[in-house]
Write a protein that binds this ligand. Sequence first.
Ligand code: MG
Length: 201
Amino acid sequence: MAATEFEDVKGFLPMEEAEKLRQWATLGAQVGPLLEIGSYCGLSTLHLADVAREANTVVFAVDHHRGSEEHQVGEFFHDDALTDDQGDFDSLPEFRRNLKRYQAEDVVIPLVALSTTVARHWTTPLGFLFIDGGHSLDAALADYRGWSSHLLRDGLLVIHDVFANAAKGGQAPHAIWQLAKQSGLFEEVGSFQSLRALKRL
Ligand code: MG
C-alpha cells in the first residue's frame, strides 16, 4: 500500500514523512517487532501496520490516549471531537475506529498506558522504535531512557518533530536525538524533514 492512504485519519505526519517512516520501519521490521510511543488517532500506526504485516511482525502502539500538553482543552492542538463523556481528552475511540476501518487490528497491539510505566515492565526486544510521544523535555527524556535499551542490534530508533530552531518547536525531540548521537550506542542513518533515524550498534 502507498503512503497516500489514510488521508482521512487525523494526525501530524505529512505524507512525505510517512513515506520515509515506512522505509525506515521496513529496515527495522527485519530485525524485530515495531513499537511506537504516541499513537494519537493512529495515522503513523496505520503506516507501521502495513510494514509490520509485510514483515510478518507486529506494532506495539503505546499511548495513554489522554493527549499531550498541547492537546488538552483550551490548548492549541485541542480537538473538540476527541473528548470523553466527562469532557476530557480521549483519542482511544477514534484510534480504535481507525484501526478497524483500515483492518489493522490483526497487527497492532494497543498499550493504553503511560509509556514510562510500560517501559519499566517491558522485556520484548524491538527492531524498530518510533518516539513521537510527549514533547516536554521530561517526557521525551523518559521515553528515550526507558525505551532505547530495548532495541536490538541493528534496530532503528526514529524520532519525530526534531527541529534545531526553537521557534519551530521540537526542542525536546532535538535534545534526545543529540543524546542518542552522543551515547556511542547508535550510528546515524538519516534525517528527513523532522524525522531522525539512528541504528543501534
Ligand atoms: Mg509527532
